[in-house]
Design a binder for this molecule. Structure first.
Ligand code: ZN
Length: 347
């Protein structure tokens, strides 16, 4: 019998992390319920006097937000990382090991409007956010003790984000965190064998197969990766292999704003709700090395599974054994491709 990837249980390899995902496509033929009635969607005010991110408001600890008109960035009042941490090492018999870690955490407000999210913002406004990401990556990454700048967004209460005001975070730190570290090892190995980036070859394959692409423009392509773990996981890959935020041309920055708008509109249209996710960029480390192997990309990790309320949990087998999914990435891509490109609120 021939292996049928849309029917037989199998494992898929994630070449970016070197890990495997268990896929069990025979378990769910119908993964999707679509729009459900009675999902409460509150109309938010444009300005909320109690929001600590709205322009002109005060934050915990007595700080005051500027009366900003576009984007706004500040050091997180409850930073998980601090710049003046001692660099000492703790070691008891090579078993109890710890190290001081220096870093800086910042918050970026995407818009002064409390009631907007990225898919509802104008292209020019998202471009302002892209420009700020570039600026912060450059500024933080140029500090000699900062070797990685992780830029991300947690969207929605389901993702533990308590404030609906559109915003993201930056954690810049001394050590390259686990996920980009795995990608560094895998990309380096691939590049040393093929002299091309792993993701440029992967992108070429996906363009050829044309099964899992869900959005594209002149400079970026969005794919439900072959090895996707989350039901509607996607990866945004630049067509030109470059490594850093600061390598982007002005046209590429515009295209990044456009592709973010395209994919987030699609997400909102899946269940006709503001779609929750954790998303973030994987640019090259800022450790002073060249990184010809690194290919700039962005991940979207959304937890929703069958409806606006049915979420994927990582329990049991997934905590103890392996990442696992039921619907195939192609089925997710087909579903996303069947949706309108116009945001459901604007129809
Ligand atoms: Zn990555």
């Amino acid at each position: 019998m021939k292996l049928d990837l849309s029917n037989h249980p199998h494992r898929r390899y994630n070449p970016l992390t070197g890990e495997w995902v268990q896929v069990s496509p025979h378990r769910t033929k119908r993964p999707w319920q679509g729009k459900q009635e009675n999902v409460p969607q509150e109309k938010k005010p444009e300005y909320d006097p109690n929001c600590y991110l709205c322009p002109g408001n005060s934050r915990a600890g007595g700080a005051h937000n500027e009366d900003y008109k576009s984007t706004f960035v500040f050091d997180n009042d409850f930073s998980a990382l601090l710049p003046n941490t001692p660099n000492e090492e703790y070691n008891k018999n090579d078993l109890l090991i710890a190290k001081g870690e220096k870093g800086i955490c910042r918050v970026i407000c995407f818009s002064p409007r409390h009631d907007l999210t990225l898919p509802e913002m104008e292209h020019s406004q998202i471009r302002n956010v892209v420009d700020l990401w570039v600026k912060e990556y450059e500024e933080l990454g140029s500090r000699d003790y900062i070797n990685y700048v992780q830029i991300f967004e947690n969207k929605g209460e389901m993702m533990g984000c308590s404030n609906p005001h559109p915003h993201g975070q930056i954690w810049a730190q001394q050590t390259i965190p686990n996920e980009p570290k795995k990608e560094l090892v895998q990309q380096k190995e691939y590049y040393s064998k093929h002299s091309r980036t792993l993701l440029s070859d992967y992108l070429a394959l996906e363009m050829e197969q044309d099964e899992r692409i869900v959005a594209q423009n002149d400079h970026f392509v969005v794919i439900v990766p072959f090895w996707a773990f989350w039901p509607f996981e996607t990866i945004v890959i630049s067509r030109r292999p470059f490594a850093r935020f600061t390598d982007m041309t002005s046209e590429e920055r515009d295209a990044l704003a456009d592709i973010i708008k395209q994919i987030t509109v699609k997400y909102d249209n899946i269940f006709e709700i503001s779609f929750p996710y954790s998303a973030g960029f994987h640019p090259a480390p800022t450790d002073g090395e060249e990184h010809p192997e690194w290919h700039f990309h962005m991940h979207f990790y959304p937890p929703l599974l069958r409806s606006a309320t049915v979420k994927k949990f990582r329990v049991g087998y997934e905590m103890l054994g392996n990442q696992q999914r039921d619907i195939t990435p192609k089925a997710s891509a087909d579903l996303m491709n069947s949706l309108s490109d116009v945001h459901y609120m604007n129809r």
